[in-house]
Ligand binder design. Structure first.
Ligand code: CP
Length: 321
């Protein structure tokens, strides 16, 4: 794995107070976080401890939906920076005794939280939390709407290969309608100068008034033609209405990513997947495991470095190293 190998942390303050929507980090804040992610990636790659920038700070993770990558990488990120990290055991918490989410969050902040990481299926829960509590709220995924740290880590991963997103063509394929990864990713990648395309069957596309600066393609070979990055998405059956599993019928034959089907992209094109992957549903196992073509594990690696950068930026406000 090649890295950018950034030896110095970025300088300058950090103005954003929460990360709920990807646009909560304007261009300067986005650049700062991507640079800081590279800085931390260097420590992780070398197996070294980075500066304990969050020593004495407390980070609380509150996940109301299942997660492996996001939850554990936030936990690791905080620990790597010296924070005390608590994971609220939602299944056995007082939420089950009727306590409101706001009361739970206020209880956690009264314990001294310096950042609250929240995954919840209800859109706008995070906005309400941000209005009512006095520490940064970081959205770890909210229903179909936004997953901003996934977009940032995907951008960091792409930068680690190409140096920039400017001028790249990124094709996002599959169940875009139910994908918060596609929503946050499309907004960020376009802002960073990439051409973004959505590729998939009509019933898995968002409504026409959404994402007006993204082109739409219902034939895989057209949608990925000349692409630098081809990103597969998981078929999100849990967000589909009854009978949604029918969406998978014939899907792999028409849109599944395989060594054969991606030949229409650039010969150097890389394949991404935010995970969790369903092999044989949206992507062929051999392609996902092909270290020449697949960035899937690099995305996981950058998940930790990027979340370190996000936590550091929001908690320290970009104070000097
Ligand atoms: N990509 C992602 O959000 O994965 P998890 O659901 O495992 O956190």
């Amino acid at each position: 794995m090649e890295f950018i190998n950034r030896p110095f942390a970025p300088t300058g303050g950090f103005a954003a107070t929460n990360l709920i929507n990807i646009d909560d980090f304007p261009d300067a804040e986005t650049d700062y976080v991507l640079e800081l992610a590279e800085y931390y990636a260097r420590f992780l790659k070398a197996g070294q401890r980075p500066p304990a920038r969050l020593a004495g700070k407390t980070q609380i993770n509150l996940f109301f939906e299942d997660s492996t990558r996001t939850n554990l990488s936030f936990e690791l990120a905080g620990r790597r920076l010296g924070a005390d990290v608590l994971n609220v055991p939602v299944a056995t918490s007082s939420v089950n005794k009727g306590e409101s989410l706001i009361d739970t969050a206020q209880t956690l902040t009264a314990m001294g939280a310096h950042a609250l990481i929240v995954r919840h299926k209800e859109p706008r829960v995070h906005d309400e939390l941000a209005r009512r509590i006095y520490c940064p709220v970081i959205n770890a995924g909210d229903g179909v709407r936004e997953h901003p740290t996934q977009a940032l880590l995907d951008a960091a991963t792409i930068r680690s290969v190409y140096g920039t997103l400017k001028g790249l063509t990124i094709a996002i394929c599959g169940d875009i309608k139910h994908s918060r990864v596609a929503a946050s990713g499309a907004a960020l990648f376009s802002r960073l100068g990439a051409e973004v395309r959505f590729v998939g069957p009509a019933h898995l596309m968002p409504t026409p008034h959404q994402f007006t600066n993204v082109s739409r393609h219902d034939v895989l070979s057209d949608g990925i033609a000349g692409a630098d990055i081809v990103m597969a998405l998981r078929m999100q059956f849990e967000r589909m209405e009854e009978g949604g599993r029918d969406a998978a019928k014939g899907y792999f034959e028409a849109f599944g990513l395989t060594h054969e089907s991606i030949r229409h992209a650039k010969p150097t094109a890389k394949v991404m997947h935010p995970g969790p992957m369903n092999r044989g549903v949206e992507i062929e196992g051999a392609l996902a495991d092909d270290q020449e073509r697949s960035l899937v594990l690099r995305q996981v690696f950058y998940g930790v470095a990027t979340r370190m950068a996000v936590l550091d930026a929001l908690i320290t406000k970009g104070s000097a190293f």
